[in-house]
Design a protein around this ligand. Sequence first.
Ligand SMILES: Cc1cc2nc3c(=O)[nH]c(=O)nc-3n(C[C@H](O)[C@H](O)[C@H](O)COP(=O)(O)O)c2cc1C
Length: 599
Amino acid sequence: MPNFSPFRKAVLNLRANPQSFLSRRPLSSQTSSSSTNTINQKFIIGAGLAISVPTYLYLTRARLDYQPDTVPDKVNSDVPDQVRSSQSGNGKQIAKISARDVLDKKDSNEFWVVINGDVYNVTEFLDEHPGGREIIESNKSKDVSYIFNPRHPSDQLNNENLPPSVKHLGKLEINNEEEKEKLKLNISKSETDEKELIKKKREEFEEKGLGQIINMRDFEKHAEELCSKVAWGYYASAADDEITKESNNSDYKKIRFRPRVLRPVKEVDSSTKILGYDSTIPLWISPAAMAKLGHPDGEVNLTKGAAATGIIQCISSFASCSVEEITAARTNNQPLFFQLYVNSKRHLAKEVISKINRLGFNAILLTVDAPVGGKRERDIRVKGEFEAPKSDAYDKQGDTKGVAEAIFSAVDPDLNWKDLKWIREQTKLPIIIKGVQTVEDAVLAYKYGADGVVLSNHGGRQLDTSATGISTLLEIRKHAPFLLRPEYRIPHGPSKELIKNPDLLVPTTPINEKPLDRKFSIFVDGGIWRGTDVVKALCLGAEAVGVGRGFLFAQTVGGVDGTIHAVKIFESEIQLAMRLLGVNKLSDLRPSMVEIVEN
Ligand SMILES: Cc1cc2nc3c(=O)[nH]c(=O)nc-3n(C[C@H](O)[C@H](O)[C@H](O)COP(=O)(O)O)c2cc1C
């Protein structure tokens, strides 16, 4: 075969397999049993993406990651039903292990822990533990369920999911109060106090309920009070000085509307299609790891909330609920997208993708802005607060980096454009490249056959002071407008055509504007807190936007109901903005409806 450029090869491949690029499958509210947050505060914090990588590791068979630390209220209680039934349902006799045996192992070379009433020997797993071996070593012979559960899928300890290096020994048997006490983890006073405070704050919050939340920032404010410092540190944190995180939102403030008046706006429709799937608003739930840190039901809250309101959720590779739990919670035909990190061991990556295909996900968002984790200082500081800070603080940070690196050891830092072809061969799902931050890379994404891009900087959590999603969209408008739908290639601000024909609301698309040879979607995320932000991004040519922290906070505060409430807030704000802008439908939004404020 002649030595074609990668682009040419991709085009030839497209010609040979048109379906591989184009194939698309057409397409109750409840409150959590326990709304009290029971998160612990001390665990290894990753300067990288997530400290815990349950779903990802689960999918790649290198799972079971826990950071044991604090005290369960009751020993051998709160065992999730799934765990009980899956482990006792095969008819086999399950061994009973006495608490005394577990406690006696403390002085031996073996490392035993108790999780949800079961005893595990994790000696051989120590070096595989993504969070490092130290944390297991320091919680030897303890019941670690209290910290394990909020961070892991409840089916992670099922027989078929256990890594071979973890031995399930049997059911725990406790004979007296003394044994029970000894199995408890040591809990610091600050942790107990925090737990009590969160309980009190939640009771206060529940007196007034979700009615007191009238915008997305209200969720943020209450979430800070209703979750642990560790959860808050993880969710709120961003890289270095958090300048990009701040700019993500402040860049929207530099865009002004140019509303048209005396237009009939009684009827307004904020629904759209995203990659061919219906959505009541042009907004999806961005993939964000570890939702269980904020609420015991985690990502499943978002799945149910998305179903109830008709929006799309994208599941993180690092979700704290398993993809099975999430897909089981999904309603018939509910679209779900999956966010993918590619494992350096390609056979494992292949397994992940085939599972995503099998479970009926509808699109893959391939995250590319995190070949390694960013430096999240809030995470590091929270750790310092709960373990007496030492003079070797810098080493501590080194430790943390080590954890992040351990986690990312599974993610391929050498992933490159040519690998897209391989990913394309594994799935017929649309592939959207998430984390594009320059016009050049948006062009490459198109050239290498992606179905679209998310202009994103990972919520400011990766390279600080990098471009924002909305500023990258402006860059594309300037330097590669051909990537946009033809009607969005016109300049923003006052339109010559509309000044000549002011009765028109939207300028007509010039007839010489050719569409791309295939559909290419542009999405934006980062710093979207208001319906007006959403509408601005759409005026400038985005097809839809993603919201990360907003939904993490909403589910932290109110579980499924909180998620539904958040969607309703966005929906009403989007519709209000549309009415005040003088438009009835999203497809009428145009660049002429906004202008950029130059400083
Ligand atoms: C706590 C947290 C965890 C995240 N985890 C992931 C992840 O696992 N994969 C991913 O692609 N993006 C992840 N992101 C980035 C989001 O998908 C999204 O790009 C970002 O949150 C958008 O910014 P916003 O939080 O201002 O809405 C995470 C973001 C946060 C805040």
